[in-house]
Design a protein around this ligand. Sequence first.
Ligand SMILES: Nc1ncnc2c1ncn2[C@@H]1O[C@H](COP(=O)(O)OP(=O)(O)OP(=O)(O)O)[C@@H](O)[C@H]1O
Ligand SMILES: [Mg+2]
Length: 364
Amino acid sequence: MTQIRTADLTKTFADAGGGVTALDALTLTIEDGEFFALLGPSGCGKTTLLRTLAGLETPSSGAVYIGEADMTRTPAGKRGVAMVFQDYALFPHMTVTENIAYPLRVRGVPKAQQREAVLAAAADLGLTGTDTTVGLLDRRPEALSGGQQQRVALARATAAKPSVFLFDEPLSNLDARLRLEARTFLKRLQRELAVTTVFVTHDQAEALALADRIAVMQSGRIRQLGTPREVYRRPANTFVASFIGSTPMNLLEGVVRDGRVLVADSEIAPPDGTGERLAERAAVVLGARPEYFRVSPDPLDGAFRGTVEVAENLGSSLLLTLDVSGTAVQVVVAEEDEPEPRATVWALPRADRTLLYADGELVG
Ligand SMILES: Nc1ncnc2c1ncn2[C@@H]1O[C@H](COP(=O)(O)OP(=O)(O)OP(=O)(O)O)[C@@H](O)[C@H]1O
Ligand SMILES: [Mg+2]
């Protein structure tokens, strides 16, 4: 049973300006067997958190528990965790076999047992060769593609049979196609091994696709923690709202009037059930994903009236940027519904998918 827990974990780095708070009193529980993603912009503290869990970084204050034990001061090699780095950190002078065996050798595992574990992990990761592919076990990292190196790094992590996997952007050096493949593979591997996994990424699509739960971080703090569905459907604040989603959510400043929200001269119905609660003249932000609009060439009640400025091809659909009285509103329409350039259209946000923020926090 390997739960990971942090309590008030703080890490500050000294620098010329007086110090950077990379982790700010972070308290968090990751469940046994969970695939947990840490998501956030560059510099928000993801790597620092992972390194602190691994024991490669000592916290300034607070504690790290792995399983039942307080491991805040336990050296990295004794925590039962395996970390896979963004650049894989393979040893260039060692063959694939030697790389995979390395953590076992350091631990003094007998040769025969090392061999067995290496072969099992290498086979799991497709490194041993089949009728149609050659084995890679005797090669050195320089003779491997990025994707192959990544699989060696994963094999090295799994061969050691850790109770925790820590992944720091392990897919970011792969091209788009390989990345998708590797992502599916990683998910399957984690399911099979049921090892508690913390996965760092700044790619929101990757986090949504892989994770059981996601922590969205900003400036050393967690701004939202939830399932992919929760953070996608109901971002807790405008920071998370703007960060999650392949096309950014429309976040439109408005003001409450007669139980409706006035945005760029359009009166929009507020989210279900919030109408009565809204204070007259309150400043709010209306959140509506481009995917959740009904777009029509004819007037629709409670819709934005806008002019088509730009149409971008998303493959199977189109992203339209509308000019709504000077405010840009983006909506997704089916390819066959492409309007003429400069056409006037009405865009009605789906009431059950519309969100409302006041002072940056979700209120409805
Ligand atoms: N060794 C260090 N010395 C000083 N400052 C550091 C050190 N390591 C990290 N920082 C600072 O701590 C903050 C968090 O860095 P961290 O590497 O954890 O971010 P990250 O979320 O992993 O970003 P990225 O997505 O770019 O990898 C940043 O402001 C960074 O500059
Ligand atoms: Mg990082």
